[in-house]
Design a protein around this ligand. Structure first.
Ligand code: PEP
Ligand code: MG
Length: 589
């Protein structure tokens, strides 16, 4: 028996889609679909005597594509700066690769096909080669290398901007993938936002979108199938949501939010450099989450109290082999130096589950979220942990380093890491490496057993940080990427808020610092609620820092304690949301 899919993707559907926020900002406008994929490429046979003609067409298209790339480079250099424009110089170099050119010419002359069909084959080969490798960053490389060849294809097909250029309104571009070609498809002034089905947060396209200040959301499966050219969409690049064909009421609401957000953003920014202290003098440290070395340049140091979570995975993901101790040491040192003495929390490698490494084969698992991931892997492959701990400890003299253990589910795991930590520290001492006197070690609280064992765990760690992204899914047994149950993944479920309150209560009683570093904390109403629960720190993506500080600075701690009590008295998620809405409304008043 076939069940109807809970989230069908009919053509031109309305509704709200949740994706991944890539570049902040709100935009409402009509959508223009950009087909940058080698779709519908006509293939025809070429007579032997026409082969030189096809190769000539190819050469002319390569020149024209190189010129277009140069134009884009100039345009991007003028708006975003020369550094961001360099990608187009790289694209021009890729087009000069004689090997790739040889492959295309070979297809034309041996298979006797037209130039566009031969270029299409090359693009598909790139995609295929890279898609066999595991890991998002490596897979993204496939599109980075094939992207410039899409320009060539577009020239050959004479299919480019006409369809969009006729319209004089500013548009929201929608594409299959967020690539530099898509982000710069039109001049910046013509663009309101960019949305795409796929594209990494740190792909070149994403970096460019941020530099150009272009709101952007990716991770929207089936997006193109749900859109129609010219359809209205509302993009929220802060929260990673897209409203398709919003109703009149939703449009009014969105515009109101946009207006109020824009005027309020000015006020947020004006106070972003001031401490996160309430009107009655209670402070919370507002820190940032860092997912890439490139992220380090995306926030204003003066606005943040530190790094609450640096996911060291990226260092392992963006390469073909494990990074050496020396490489890790240099990078950690650089991070600590950049943070200028502010608390800097580096999390131990958290691979497995949804974060596989291309060069480290883990068994395929029926249920990876409940499988071999995080500390479970590094305690088994202990050399990974050793190397990382050595690099971390060696870098510790460069700043205020804190080490965070992911996926802790028992006290034994804490003890094992701590004993290895002590062993490595004395080993480094014997080898003459200086290390900081105090390097706090904390546990992520994201597995329900750690929650239930918290009284014991806090005695043996220096701080705790709640990873709500995982905790919510484990507490509610609901995988948010599974459309059959994603509606059950609800961070406002009373069990979740009670768990959050419980962590703070236990940590405060034990005199240990506690923080929340999952996405949930980026909602200012939740951030102030956490302060009411007793948390002394939150860690969020950099774009949320000013608003959270503002919300804290304009609250009274006494009121937040009262809010915490009200929230804990709720029986339903709806009740919790009503309380949070009340906070939002009073913040707007
Ligand atoms: C979390 O689970 O909330 C968290 C911060 O860790 P990650 O998202 O990297 O799993
Ligand atoms: Mg997690």
């Amino acid at each position: 028996m076939a069940f109807p899919h809970p989230n069908p993707a009919p053509r031109a559907s309305r509704g709200k889609v949740q994706g991944t926020a890539v570049a902040p900002g709100l935009a409402l406008g009509s959508v223009q679909i950009v087909l940058t994929g080698p779709l519908d490429v006509p293939t025809w046979s070429v007579k032997r005597e026409d082969v030189p003609f096809e190769i000539g067409r190819l050469a002319a298209a390569l020149n024209a594509a190189a010129e277009r790339l140069e134009e884009r480079q100039r345009a991007v250099a003028a708006t975003a700066g020369a550094k961001d424009a360099e990608i187009f110089a790289v694209h021009r170099m890729i087009l000069k690769d004689p090997h790739a050119m040889g492959e295309v010419e070979h297809a034309i002359s041996e298979q006797r096909i037209n130039a566009e069909a031969a270029v299409k084959l090359l693009i598909e080969r790139y995609q295929e080669r890279f898609s066999k490798l595991e890991g998002d960053n490596v897979r993204n490389l496939g599109s980075d290398v094939s992207d410039p060849w899409r320009y060539v294809l577009n020239v050959l097909l004479e299919r480019d901007r006409e369809q969009v250029l006729q319209a004089d309104e500013r548009v929201i571009l929608a594409a299959a993938e967020l690539t530099p070609a898509v982000v710069t498809f039109l001049e910046r002034e013509r663009l309101l936002a960019v949305i795409a089905e796929t594209g990494g947060r740190f792909s070149h396209g994403a970096v460019l979108a941020r530099s150009l200040g272009l709101p952007s959301v990716v991770g929207l499966p089936n997006l193109l199938a749900r859109l129609e050219q010219g359809m209205q969409v509302a993009v929220d690049g802060d929260r990673g949501t897209v409203l398709l064909a919003p109703t009149e009421a939703q449009v009014t609401d969105f515009q109101e939010r946009k207006r109020s957000l824009e005027s309020r953003r000015e006020s947020f920014r004006a106070e972003a450099g001031l401490p996160g202290t309430t009107l009655d003098g209670r402070s919370i440290s507002v820190q940032v989450n860092v997912e890439s070395v490139r992220d380090l340049d995306t926030f204003d140091l003066a606005h943040t109290d530190g790094i609450g979570l640096l996911r060291t995975e990226f260092l392992y993901l963006e390469r073909n082999e494990f990074p050496s101790e020396e490489e890790q040491y240099r990078l950690y040192r650089r991070v600590l130096e950049r943070m200028g003495g502010r608390p800097t929390t580096l999390r131990l490698l958290d691979i497995g589950g949804d974060k596989p490494l291309p060069y480290f084969q883990t068994p395929s698992e029926a249920n990876p979220a409940l499988g071999w991931r995080g500390i479970r892997i590094t305690l088994r492959w202990r050399d990974l942990l050793r190397v990382q701990l050595r690099a971390l400890l060696r870098s510790s003299t460069a700043g205020d380093l804190r080490i965070l253990m992911p996926m802790i589910s028992s006290l034994e795991e804490v003890r094992e890491v701590r004993s290895l930590f002590a062993e490595i520290r004395s080993q480094l001492g014997e080898q003459g490496y200086p290390t900081a006197d105090d390097v706090p070690v904390g546990a992520m609280i994201e597995v329900p057993s750690a929650l239930l064992e918290l009284e014991r765990i806090v005695r043996e760690v220096d701080f705790v940080s709640v990873g709500t992204n995982d905790l919510v899914q484990y507490l509610l047994a609901a995988d948010r990427d599974n459309p059959w149950v994603s509606g059950l993944y609800d961070p406002h479920h009373p069990a979740v808020v009670r768990a959050l309150a419980q962590v703070a209560e236990v940590a405060v009683r034990a005199g240990k610092s506690c923080s929340v570093c999952g996405e949930m904390a980026s909602d200012p109403a939740v951030a102030v609620l956490l302060l009411g629960f007793g948390y002394d720190s939150v860690s969020v993506a950099p774009q949320f820092v000013p608003e959270i500080k503002y919300a804290v600075r304009h609250s009274r701690h006494a009121d937040l304690v009262e809010l915490a009590a009200q929230v804990l008295a709720q029986d339903t998620a709806q009740g919790v949301r009503a309380q949070l809405d009340r906070v939002r409304r009073s913040a707007h008043a």
